[in-house]
Structures are given as structure tokens and as C-alpha cells.
Design a binder for this molecule. Structure first.
Ligand code: DGJ
Length: 725
């Protein structure tokens, strides 16, 4: 069980998590909160020699050319040259912070324990509070800081030039390998890795959103950890705007990771009395390889992040299972009409879909992507009777009704932009660059934020909508806010995201029955911050099943299968032209939250029959996939075979079940590996294949493996096992 203990004599704290520990202490003069340990479980007494070694280092003056003290939070000031966590300017021109610990507090409740350390600047009205929040059921440690201007108007503002959420120190190792997630539009979240050398390796977004390019995610090991063995340390930032993670190797060979919102172009003027709470930068240690780390992330997010704290978690503390949805985007593009959608809804219901989502194109003036964004009323030509008759029809078919919206955006050709050209991000005397013919509304403005809330709230009040797909299809440019000239217009970078969160929080509170899907031109805004306000996320606009495999594999390193929406679409795929069997497309999409996205009216009767059977099969394995423990058995990064296994959670509600999904690509020169070894089973127990009836022991399945088809390119397989006895 998680707990926090304090050693008053040596002034050390130990955070004990279920399978790991985190230790810190404070220097005798109270000036440095020092990192002592992050890794395997240990006792409070084990920190004493570590703290003594740090004290000794300080006394003997080792701090100098090479040694950077492992400060839990690195305020810039004094002879320190590594990446700071906090940098501030005071009104009299002093730049640099000198602070001291002024208090600490440990809070325990039924779900979590929290350690708070209070630091105050020695001469200026700046208070920094460091928070460490650990749930009883998770090895994820949430860290963030709160920065407060404790002075009055005579002190003037304090300008924060950098305000990262947390700084994670790694233990000493010979080498460090960093794994991260990268890609682009239609190729998001692919796993990548590099060895760290002296200097900095930086992961960042300057785009206003999390980005397709890089995830606010890292995993570090000494180069020897494998999928299921070895020590791995990881981090995820809960921020949906520009971010920066700096993985630094100091001259003395220490490695630390500082991260938070990106300070590029974004100084924050903290007014007297103002308090700023920085986003959570969560960390997690695993002694069971990459797989153990990602399973910890999954479990933590299912229990404590996905859907937010206020939505019910009836299913053993997990969010409700997500329905199988149908989305019309690839079928109809902008050509959305009441009759066309009703036909698709009937076909989708016939296949077993539980939620029907009308995508882009339903609102006034939206013939293509040149016009309409901002004017969120149903197009009178496409929906002469409004949206309600279609919504009623969808409900009659026993499906929920979902609607796409992109409320942060505006086309220049819209009534909204004609009325409020000043509402978009822009600089005076500079171009207003359009991407996809659209401009970004400045959500940091109170009037714009109110308008966005009112618009979506109004739609939800007027219509029986069960689901919102909230899209965002461009990055920021010309990030100006002329109305705030001279008053810290750069706050936009941060206040935009804070307003987005508060709009979503208010909408979710006002409409508790409505589910939300996070989307940004595919997966450009997926992170812990948006997932805490969403029930699922659109992974990528690339629905080609073979391309999807590395995207989904990378996604699984950071986020749970339940959050990962995957559609089965047409063959040939509209984006890539690749032809793949229907069962293959299903098997790839069944590894997350299943959706259908093809033009069902063009599917043959045989395809519809097969699809209906596969949707039914998915519903049956859904609890294991969406809530189970996931094991990556084989990666298409290493060879022609990819495979993932799910095992129903320990002490679970549905019996001990195992689901395996495997896919092959195109052979080169030689046949596939013909056996797939499972993992995480009870070696003594017997497991029955639910399709063939064959019974095997866990030991046999893990050591000898399952037979795979060996004669086909693009072959796939779904195996369901049930533990006997
Ligand atoms: C980008 C999304 O990722 C797609 O699924 C679709 O909703 C389009 N936008 C619509 O414009």
C-alpha cells in the first residue's frame, strides 16, 4: 500500500508505492530539496546514507565544474548551469531565485497520499509548492508545482520565464537509452529510441497542441531492458498545448528530465496574489520492462485519468466499456445529408454498431473545407428538417447519436469571422496564415471561451446528442493577441489550454450523459490532460490496417486500449490504396475501441455478414481488450509479425480470459516465425481455446507457443482462451 514517511532527524521523505519507491531530503540549511531515490522499493532508513553522501558532496566543494546537485526542483540562480525548472524576473531587475523550505505536509485519504513541500524565496514574494501525489493502487507518481506571487501591488509582477512542472532525476547508470513516440499526420505515435550522450535531447511542441510529431512521453533504461524484463523509468505530461521535455546528461554524468509547458515565446507575468498551478508531470518506475511500464500507465489512466474523476467508474473502478461506433467521414466526406446518413445508420445498426456519429459537413455552408467553420447550425439544404429527425431515427435503431464539431476554429468564409475578425490569433500588419483554409479562435479570450462553451452547450441542450467528437485541425501561427498588447499577450499559449480544459470540464459537468472523443486531425492532441476530459481519442486519420500497427503499438506504450479508437474502413484504403482482407482490418481494429468507418452501402452482402459476426465477436472480447492487462508479444518493428495479448485483470469480474490478436505483413525470403509464445499466464493452469476446444497448460503456451499460419502475406488471427478451474 502506498504511504509517505518522514525522518525528522535526517529530514528525508520516502514515498512507498506498491512496487517502487521515491525518496527525497533537504539540505541542512534548508536551501536544497534533494532527490535521493527513484526505483526499486526501499526503506526510509536506506535514504540516510544517500542523504549523507549528498551532504558530503556539498561540504567538500564538489559542486563546481562538473557536479550538479540533484535538486528536486531546479530554480535558476547561483552557479548552476543545467536545465532549470523555474526561472523568474523580479520587478527591481533581479533575475534568479534563492529559496528555502518553509514547511511540509503529508495528507492521506482513502485513495491517495500527497506530500507538499513549501518553498519561499529569501527576499522576494515568490512561493513554490511542490506536490507529490500517489494513489494506493498505482506506481505512478504525480508531480507538479504551484507558483504563487505572495506580495502586493508595490512588488509589481513576477515574470516567469520558465515554469516546468517537475524534474525527474535518474539513478547512476553507465548508459541511458531514451524511448519516445514520434510521427506526423497519418503516422502518429510510432516508437523510436536513441542513446543519450552528453548534452540535451529535447522533445517539444511549439504548435499550440500536443502535436502529431512528438508525444510528451519518455521511457529510459540502461540499454538492457526488454519488453518484459529490466528496469525502466518513464514520464507522461498532462498538457495539451506546446510542451518541452529536456532529457539532460550533465557534465558530471547525471541524467535528469525537466518538463512542462513550453516557455518558448511564453513568459507569464504573475500578478500580485496570483497563483499558477502547473500541469501534472507523472512518472513511473517498472522492474518488468517496457511492458510492465505501459501496463502501469494503462491501469493508472483507466482508474484515475480517462473520463475525469467525476464520471462514474462502475466497472471495478474502470470507466464503462466504450460502444462500437460508426463514423461517416470516410464514407461521405462533406457530402452529409439526412437521407444519406439515415441509410448508413440503418446499415451500421444491422452490423451491430451502438453509436452513430455524423462527422464534418452537417452545418451551414460546409460544402468543402473552405467555408462554414464557426456557423454551427444545421445546413438547411442538407437537413431541411433540422437534425432531430435523423437523431430520432438513430435512436429508434437503438444507437446513440454522435456529432462532430470543431469549435476552436473558423473559416474566413463564415458569419462568425465576418462578425468577429478580431477573435482569431493574429498580429497586426502580418498575414493571417490559413491551414486547411481555417484560422484559430483565440480561446484565451474570455469572450471567445464563453462563446465556444455556449455554442456546444446550446447544441447539447437543443438536441438529444449522446457523443461529441471534438476536432481541431491545425496548429497555431501568428500567435498574437493585439487587444492585450503591453499586457503579456504571450499568456495566450497557456491560457488557451486552460480555457479549453475549463470549457470541457463545464460541458461534461452540465451534460454527464454525453461522451467526448478527443481528435485533432487524427492524433495531434492526445495526452493525459485531454484524456482526463475525454472518454476516448481518435488515434490517426490513417485507417490502413498495416500502417496502423506501428501507430497503435506506439500508442500502447503510453495510453490504454480503451482510449484508442480504431475504425474498420474500405479496401482499397482511401488514403493508401492498400487492399487488405476484411478480417485482417477487423483484427487490427479490435485491439482498441472498435469502430466502423467504411462506406457500408458499397460492402457486399457477404462482407456485411462477416462484419456482423466480427462485431459480435468484438463485443464478446471487449471487456478483456478494453480493461485487461496488455502484453506486446511481437512487434512489426522487429520482423514480419506483430501480436498483442490481453489478459483479464487480476481478481476480475469476468473470469480469467486471454485474447490474442496477431498480424503479419509481407514475407521477405523466408516464412514467418511459425510459433507465438504467450506471456503472463499461470504456468500450472490449463487454458481452453474457445474456438477449437484445444486445452493447453500456461507453461506450454508460454514456452512452446501457439501455431501461426505460415503461408500467407497479411494474415491475421484472433485467439480466445479461457482458464479452466
Ligand atoms: C480530421 C479528423 O481526424 C477526421 O476524422 C475527420 O473528422 C476530419 N477532420 C473532418 O474534417
Amino acid at each position: 500500500m502506498t504511504d509517505i514517511s518522514y525522518d525528522d532527524e535526517h529530514r528525508t521523505w520516502l514515498i512507498q508505492l506498491p512496487s517502487s519507491a521515491y525518496g527525497l531530503g533537504v539540505s541542512a540549511d534548508g536551501r536544497v530539496v534533494r532527490h535521493l531515490h527513484w526505483g526499486a522499493p526501499c526503506q526510509l532508513a536506506d535514504l540516510v546514507p544517500l542523504a549523507a553522501a549528498e551532504h558530503a558532496g556539498r561540504r567538500t566543494g564538489k559542486i563546481g565544474w562538473g557536479h550538479e546537485e540533484p535538486a528536486e526542483y531546479v530554480p535558476w540562480g547561483g552557479p548552476r548551469y543545467d536545465e532549470p525548472t523555474l526561472k523568474a524576473d523580479f520587478a527591481d531587475g533581479t533575475r534568479g531565485i534563492e529559496s528555502q523550505l518553509t514547511g511540509h505536509d503529508i495528507n492521506r485519504d482513502a485513495t491517495a497520499v500527497t506530500l507538499t513541500l513549501d518553498l519561499a524565496d529569501l527576499a522576494y514574494p515568490l512561493r513554490v509548492r511542490l506536490h507529490y501525489h500517489a494513489f494506493h493502487d498505482s506506481d505512478v507518481l504525480e508531480r507538479w508545482a504551484t507558483i504563487t506571487h505572495t506580495g502586493g501591488s508595490a512588488d509589481g509582477p513576477i515574470v516567469l520565464r520558465q515554469a516546468h512542472s517537475a524534474n525527474w532525476w535518474l539513478p547512476r547508470r553507465e548508459h541511458w537509452r531514451a524511448r519516445y513516440l514520434t510521427g506526423g499526420w497519418a503516422s502518429e505515435t510510432q516508437p523510436a529510441q536513441t542513446m543519450l550522450g552528453p548534452g540535451k535531447f529535447m522533445l517539444e511542441s511549439r504548435r499550440g497542441v500536443t502535436s502529431h510529431h512528438l508525444q510528451p512521453y519518455f521511457a529510459l533504461d540502461d540499454g538492457t531492458a526488454t519488453e518484459e524484463a529490466g528496469e525502466v523509468w518513464g514520464g507522461l505530461l498532462a498538457w495539451s498545448g506546446s510542451f518541452r521535455l529536456v532529457l539532460e546528461t550533465t557534465p558530471g554524468g547525471s541524467v535528469h528530465v525537466s518538463g512542462g509547458w513550453n516557455e518558448f515565446d511564453a513568459p507569464i507575468e504573475l500578478a500580485p496574489g496570483e497563483e499558477l498551478s502547473l500541469p501534472v508531470f507523472a512518472g513511473c518506475y517498472s522492474a518488468t520492462g517496457q511492458g510492465g511500464l505501459s501496463r502501469s500507465w494503462h491501469d493508472y489512466q483507466l482508474r484515475h485519468v480517462l473520463g475525469g474523476p467525476d464520471r462514474p467508474k462502475p466497472d471495478g473502478g474502470f470507466p464503462p466499456l466504450r460502444p462500437v461506433l460508426y463514423n461517416s467521414w470516410e464514407a461521405t466526406g462533406f457530402d452529409v445529408t439526412e437521407d444519406g446518413q439515415a441509410l448508413l445508420a440503418e446499415l451500421a445498426a444491422g452490423l451491430g454498431a451502438e453509436l452513430f456519429v455524423v462527422d464534418d459537413g452537417w452545418f451551414t455552408g460546409r460544402r468543402d473545407d473552405h467555408a462554414g467553420l464557426g456557423d454551427w447550425v444545421p445546413d438547411p439544404v442538407k437537413f431541411p428538417r433540422g437534425l432531430d429527425p435523423l437523431i430520432d431515427r438513430v435512436h429508434q435503431l437503438d444507437m446513440g447519436f454522435g456529432l462532430w464539431i470543431e469549435p476552436e476554429m473558423v473559416n474566413a468564409d463564415s458569419d462568425l469571422y465576418r462578425a468577429h475578425p478580431d477573435w482569431v490569433l493574429h498580429f497586426e500588419h502580418r498575414a493571417r496564415s490559413e491551414r486547411r483554409n481555417q484560422l484559430v479562435l483565440n480561446l484565451a479570450r474570455d469572450d471567445v471561451a464563453d462563446w465556444v462553451f455556449g455554442t456546444v452547450d446550446g447544441l447539447l441542450r437543443r438536441h438529444q446528442i449522446d457523443f461529441i467528437k471534438w476536432d481541431m485541425n491545425r496548429h497555431f501561427s501568428e500567435p498574437g493577441w493585439p487587444d492585450r498588447a503591453g499586457h503579456n499577450p504571450e499568456r495566450m499559449w497557456v491560457d488557451y489550454v486552460r480555457h479549453l480544459y475549463s470549457i470541457l470540464d463545464r460541458l461534461r459537468a452540465a451534460h454527464p450523459g454525453v461522451a467526448f472523443e478527443a481528435c485533432a486531425g487524427g492524433g495531434a492532441r492526445i495526452d493525459l490532460g485531454i484524456l482526463a476530459r475525454s472518454d476516448q481519442a481518435w488515434t490517426s486519420d490513417n485507417t490502413d490496417a498495416w500502417d496502423r500497427i506501428p501507430i497503435q503499438e506506439g500508442f500502447s506504450h503510453a495510453y490504454p486500449a480503451q482510449a484508442m479508437v480504431c475504425w474498420v474502413t474500405d479496401s482499397p484504403n482511401p488514403l493508401t490504396g492498400r487492399r487488405l482482407p476484411l478480417s485482417y482490418r477487423f483484427h487490427v481494429a479490435m485491439s482498441g475501441t472498435l469502430g466502423l468507418g467504411g462506406n457500408l452501402s458499397e460492402w457486399t452482402e457477404d462482407e456485411r455478414i462477416e462484419a456482423r459476426q466480427l462485431v459480435a465477436r468484438y463485443k464478446e472480447i471487449r471487456p478483456v481488450v478494453q480493461h485487461g492487462r496488455q502484453y506486446r508479444l511481437a512487434s512489426t518493428q522487429d520482423g514480419p509479425l506483430g501480436a498483442v495479448q490481453y489478459r483479464s485483470a487480476d481478481g476480475d469480474r469476468i473470469g480469467d480470459r486471454v485474447v490474442v490478436l496477431a498480424w503479419t505483413g509481407v514475407r521477405h525470403f523466408r516464412p514467418w516465425p511459425t510459433r507465438l509464445r504467450l506471456t503472463g499466464l499461470d504456468p500450472e493452469a490449463s487454458y481452453r481455446d474457445e474456438d477449437t476446444g484445444e486445452e493447453r497448460t500456461g507453461a506450454s503456451l508460454m514456452q512452446l507457443g501457439m501455431k501461426l499460419p505460415d503461408d500467407l502475406d497479411y494474415a491475421s488471427l484472433l485467439v480466445r482462451l479461457e482458464r479452466l478451474g
